[in-house]
Design a protein around this ligand. Structure first.
Ligand SMILES: *[C@@H]1O[C@H](CO)[C@@H](O)[C@H](O)[C@H]1NC(C)=O
Ligand SMILES: *[C@@H]1O[C@H](CO)[C@@H](O)[C@H](O)[C@H]1NC(C)=O
Length: 286
C-alpha cells in the first residue's frame, strides 16, 4: 500500500476499513439559507485523522478554505468562498492525517458532495412584515423587510433584494379570520397593497419570498409568522354608534323637554308678574 512507519501503525491500530486508510466522510450535505452556506458531513473523526475540504466551480481550479484544512470538525462555512453565485460548485471531503502528522499515502480517501449553486439552491429565510390598515379601513398594506444575506459588498451587508433584484417577488397568503378559505396574492414590490378585501372583516396574512425563475421546489422561501388585521371592530363600532345615537336622541328630547318646561314656567311667572304689575302700578304712582 506504500505506507510507511507511523501511517502504517495508525492504519493497523485504528482503522478498521478494508482499504487500510482513513474512513471516508459520509452524508455530505449543503445547508444554506440566505447565502450562509455550510457544508456538513459525518462522522466526527477520531484523533487519528482529520478532514480537509477542497471545492471548485465546475470546470475551474480547486480551492481550499483555510478554516477547513486538517480540521477535526464536520462542517465548513463556505459562504464567502463561493464567490460566483451562479456557478455550480462541488466539494470533496478528504480524510487526511491529523494536523502536523504526515502520511505516506499519496491519495487520501475522499467523498464528493452533491452540486450546489448558491443562486439557485440557497433557501430563503423567513421574511418580516408590518401590517397597516388605513383609518377609513379602505386600504390594507403590507410592508415587507428583505432579510440580510451572509454576503458583503464594499463592506456593506447585502439583502436578498440586492442579490435577486427583480427576480424576487412576494407571495402573500391571506384569509378571513376564522375562515379556512385561503387566497394568494403575488407582488413584485415589498410594499403590498392588498386588493379586494372586505372592509368590515379581519384578515390574516403570511408572506414568503417567491422566485419564479427557480426550479419548483426552490421557488418559495420560508413562511413568515401570521399577522391579522385588527379585530372585527366594525360591528363593535356599529353597536357603539347605535348607543351614541340613542343617547343623543335622548339628550335632544330631554333638552327640548327642558326648554318647553322652562319657557312654560317663565311664561307663567311673567304673566303673574304682569298681572301683579298691573295691580301694583297705581300703587307705585302713589
Ligand atoms: C448518514 O445518514 C444516515 C441516514 O440519516 C444514518 O443512518 C447514518 O448513520 C449516517 N452516517 C453517519 C456516519 O453518521
Ligand atoms: C383573528 O385571529 C387571531 C389569531 O388567530 C385572533 O387572535 C383574533 O382574536 C382574531 N380576531 C377576530 C376578530 O376574529
Amino acid at each position: 500500500m506504500g505506507t510507511t512507519g507511523p501511517a502504517l501503525l495508525l492504519t493497523v491500530l485504528f482503522v478498521s476499513s478494508a482499504s487500510g486508510s482513513y474512513p471516508r466522510a459520509q452524508n455530505v450535505t449543503w445547508i444554506s439559507t440566505n447565502f450562509k452556506t455550510i457544508l456538513t458531513w459525518e462522522p466526527n473523526p477520531s484523533a487519528d485523522y482529520s478532514y480537509t475540504v477542497e471545492f471548485s466551480a465546475v470546470g475551474a481550479d480547486t480551492q481550499r478554505n483555510s478554516h477547513c484544512i486538517r480540521s477535526s470538525g464536520t462542517r465548513c462555512d463556505l459562504s464567502s468562498s463561493l464567490s460566483d453565485l451562479n456557478a455550480n460548485y462541488v466539494a470533496d471531503i478528504l480524510s487526511e492525517p491529523p494536523l502536523g502528522a504526515t502520511s505516506g499515502l499519496i491519495e487520501f480517501p475522499h467523498t464528493r458532495s452533491p452540486r450546489f449553486c448558491p443562486y439557485n439552491d440557497t433557501d430563503i429565510g423567513r421574511l418580516d412584515f408590518k401590517l397597516k390598515v388605513s383609518e377609513d379601513k379602505k386600504k390594507t398594506t403590507l410592508y415587507v423587510t428583505d432579510p440580510l444575506t451572509a454576503l458583503f459588498k464594499d463592506g456593506q451587508q447585502l439583502d436578498i433584494r440586492d442579490i435577486f433584484s427583480n427576480q424576487l417577488q412576494y407571495k402573500v397568503t391571506y384569509w378571513k379570520n376564522k375562515s379556512t378559505g385561503k387566497k394568494v396574492h403575488v407582488s413584485p414590490n415589498n410594499v403590498i397593497e392588498m386588493p379586494g378585501l372586505d372592509r368590515a372583516k379581519s384578515y390574516c396574512f403570511k408572506v414568503q419570498a417567491f422566485i419564479p425563475r427557480r426550479r419548483p421546489d426552490k421557488q418559495l422561501g420560508e413562511l413568515s409568522r401570521t399577522q391579522c388585521s385588527a379585530d372585527d371592530n366594525q360591528s363593535v363600532f356599529e353597536v357603539y354608534s347605535v348607543g351614541v345615537i340613542a343617547a343623543a336622541i335622548f339628550l335632544i328630547l330631554l333638552l327640548i323637554g327642558l326648554v318647553i318646561a322652562v319657557s312654560v314656567v317663565c311664561y307663567k311667572r311673567r304673566q303673574k308678574a304682569e298681572d301683579s304689575g298691573k295691580e301694583g302700578m297705581p300703587l307705585r304712582d302713589v
